[in-house]
Design a protein. Structure first.
Length: 762
């Protein structure tokens, strides 16, 4: 000790010399490897028992306190015993990485400068201080718990600003489930009422036809068509605290939409709906995609009045006036604006089919790209069925009504003049009938809303047979691509890939995000393919006719988005405009999409093959699943070329020929992969996949790590808290090659509505 301090001030040395050498003791510093987990079932280990600290920062006590605070946050008073296991998983997610990272800082702080330099490390005190002291365990953990609870409740609705959590609205009144006891009691105490005036009139089909998006058509070829102006006033709405509002829309009758299979859906088309309150406009646009605009709507008239008048205006400028008079009671009819359907009256063409509901078109503009849509597709809302035990609506009818629509300029209607001008130009060939329908039952249109993904090829645009909403996360696939002969020969795996591709197209995917097994980057770098016209590396032993003419479609816009997201996530990432695609990716694309490659983005691996690094790549890009992108990792469940048995392939010229069963190590690891993929969800999936690299048979199954990294990428993309609510992963097909190569095909998650490919291995 005196030797170490020989250069300090003499006064300090004098103090040290007073120490009794016979009583000096060496304080042994102990360290410990990371525990694989802090929790087991309902047990949690905290403090130094979980993460012992060296003394160089004095953080042992601080981290133990943070453990206690995090436990208090996830286990508030009233937590049910059945929830403890899930809550402890949240605790570990919040504490595991942070505690170990600060452990690492402590170890670094205790190293000499020379040792740091020798290991290529540096001590960044500002970084350490920011991470050590810029964290609040309570705030961080309570947010994680809130996100967990929100992900578990599938009835919650989220709209901007999403930072404040789920938003109340018409389909989540007062933040509660519509069927809750509280909501039912409020609705019973203050019934929700509606009054709907509708005026049906004749106009020009050719004029109205210009409003219809591709795929829609009039059922009748006649040049005269029917449309309605419908105005509904709602009152006593629970979700508005007992308040109400009015809406007025143009409804075009006699419209059909042709589905992929050639069958037709018949209904009414709604091109525009005016409302006089911001709340229903925002919720209707965000949740239902309805074409809503703001306008002042003034309704004058009651049930017994001789004459009712409705005006449509904006800041004092009136551009629509509608009157109804002479209303008389009629027999009760179902709610709606269409009235009774036409019936056959003597010779002539048959009446059109009944209108089953209302169509409209959803369009969301892309931010920063004027004229480009982030998403667009038609939506269909079937007619609501009358609830059992409810009072039938009262209906009044008349033949006396007027419609007056006035065009305005940009000075008087700066944001609506284009709509007002079009409405004013609509020919009026006469009023057919007018109605007033009053009801104490207000239907929730979202309960029946069916959102159909838009088909990019306008020539074949059609409503999908499977009903889908792309705001839900897409499934994620981990495909074992096997040898090149998986392209050259048919197999159950190839059939499953094709079925998954068909399902993806039926659900209107926006593009594909892939990580393969044959492209990696040195250092800490990853790259995204941006070659606008990529070539293909040759596929050994496969006839060129099976792949040379297949046109690859790189998605450069999505590649740029991936690069931006990964940069924001802290990755050293860049574009590679010269990358030529390799068979590990385009083999899968050819099998999945033989008719044509969808827009595809390929992300490289990193040559250090850190499982957590690749997991984080998938996690960073995961939000794209909510936009309709399909994630695919292509590698191998068991893929060790050195341990394959090649003799049967040479003897029979068949990769699938097996004279003997797979060896025990291959069977054991293959089973472990299946267990991880099919028995874990959410963060548990991420932990299970990364732990596989410590499996006793891992190095037998994977001589190199490259074919396993895409499994980590997939676990990152499908291992969020939100994914805990998905069904467990499934083994869709499996093909053994060269005796010991196991090509397992896994799918995690399912399409909205529960559609899924039947497992070929079942």
């Amino acid at each position: 000790m005196l030797h170490i301090y020989k250069d300090v001030a003499p006064s300090v040395l004098a103090i040290l010399e007073k120490a009794d050498e016979s009583k000096l003791k060496v304080w042994q510093l102990l360290d410990m490897e990371q525990m694989p987990s802090f929790i087991h079932e309902k047990l949690a280990v905290v403090g130094d028992a979980a993460h012992p600290f060296l003394p160089h920062q004095g953080q042992g006590g601080g981290q133990a306190i943070e453990d206690g605070v995090a436990l208090a946050a996830v286990l508030p008073f009233g937590t049910k015993s059945s929830e403890i296991k899930d809550r402890l998983q949240i605790f570990e997610e919040c504490r595991y990485e942070r505690a170990h990272r600060i452990q690492g800082y402590t170890r670094t702080a205790g190293m000499d400068t020379a040792d740091l330099a020798a290991k290529g490390m540096k001590l960044d005190m500002m970084e350490y201080m920011g991470y050590n002291f810029g964290h609040d365990a309570w705030d961080y953990t309570t947010k994680a718990l809130r996100m967990h609870l929100e992900a578990r409740d599938k009835t919650l609705r989220f709209r901007n600003p999403i930072e404040f959590g789920a938003s109340p609205g018409p389909r989540q009144p007062l933040g509660m489930h519509p069927t809750s006891v509280e909501i039912q009691a409020l609705r019973k105490a203050t019934p929700e009422k509606s009054r709907t005036y509708s005026i049906r009139f004749r106009t020009s089909r050719t004029y109205l036809q210009n409003l219809l998006p591709a795929g829609f058509a009039f059922t009748s070829p006649a040049t005269v068509a029917s449309a309605s102006i419908s105005c509904t006033t709602l009152d006593g709405m629970t979700w508005l605290g007992g308040g109400g509002y009015s809406m007025l829309g143009l409804y075009i009758h006699g419209i059909n939409y042709t589905k992929r299979n050639g069958s037709k859906v018949f209904g009414t088309y709604l091109p525009v709906l005016f409302e006089n309150a911001a709340d229903p406009i925002i919720t209707g646009r965000d949740e239902l995609g309805m074409p809503k605009l703001f306008a002042d709507i003034n309704v004058k008239g009651n049930d017994g009045d001789e004459r009712s008048e409705i005006s449509l205006s904006w800041r004092g400028t009136t551009f629509g006036t509608f009157t109804v008079s002479g209303l008389t009671p009629e027999e009760p009819v179902p709610n709606g604006v269409n009235g009774s359907q036409p019936v056959q009256r003597g010779p002539g063409p048959p009446p059109p089919p009944p209108e089953a509901g209302t169509f409209y078109y959803r369009y969301i503009l892309s931010v920063g790209e004027p004229g480009k849509a982030d998403v667009e597709y038609p939506v269909f809302i079937p007619k609501p069925e009358a609830a059992e035990g409810t009072e039938a609506p009262k209906s009044f009818a008349s033949k006396m009504a007027t419609i007056s629509l006035q065009g305005k300029n940009w000075q008087t209607l700066p944001t609506l003049h284009h709509v007002a001008d079009w409405l004013a130009g609509m020919p009026m060939y006469g009023v057919g009938e007018a109605k007033l329908v009053t009801s104490t039952v207000v239907s929730d249109s979202s309960a029946n809303a069916i959102c159909h993904s838009w088909v990019r090829d306008i020539a074949s645009a059609a409503l999908n047979v499977s009903l889908t909403n792309l705001s839900a996360p897409t499934p994620v696939h981990f495909f074992s691509h096997g040898s090149t002969m998986m392209l050259g020969e048919e197999s159950e795996s190839a059939d499953y890939w094709k079925a998954c591709g068909d399902e993806a197209l039926a659900n209107g995917i926006k593009g594909v995000i892939m990580m393969g097994a044959h492209w990696d980057c040195l250092g800490d770098r990853i790259e995204v393919a941006t070659n606008p016209s990529p070539g293909k590396s040759p596929v050994a032993y496969v006839h060129p006719s099976k792949y040379v003419n297949y046109k690859l479609v790189p998605d450069l816009d999505s590649a740029d988005r991936c690069i931006s997201m990964l940069k924001d996530g802290g990755f050293n990432v860049g574009a590679n405009p010269k990358f030529e695609w390799i068979h590990d990716t385009y083999l899968i694309l050819i099998r999945m999409f033989p008719a044509g490659c969808p827009p595809t983005t390929i992300v490289s691996m990193n040559a250090r093959f850190d499982p957590h690094f690749h997991l984080r790549v998938g996690s960073t890009l995961r939000p794209l699943r909510n936009e309709g992108y399909l994630f695919i990792g292509t590698g191998g469940a068991v893929h060790n070329l050195y341990r394959n048995v090649w003799a049967p392939m040479l003897k029979y010229r068949d990769n699938f020929a097996q004279e003997t069963a797979p060896e025990g190590w291959a069977l054991e690891f293959r089973q472990s992969v299946e267990d991880c993929m099919t028995q874990n969800r959410g963060p548990a999936l991420r932990r299970a996949i990364t732990r596989l690299m410590k499996h006793p048979q891992y190095r037998d199954a994977h001589a190199t790590d490259d074919h396993f990294m895409s499994a980590c990428f997939v676990a990152g993309a499908a291992g969020d808290w939100e994914d805990e609510q998905e069904e467990k992963g499934r083994l869709g097909a499996e093909t053994w090659e060269l005796t010991n190569m196991c090509n397992s095909q896994f799918t995690l998650g399912s399409w909205a509505g529960g559609q899924r490919v039947a497992a070929a291995a079942a």
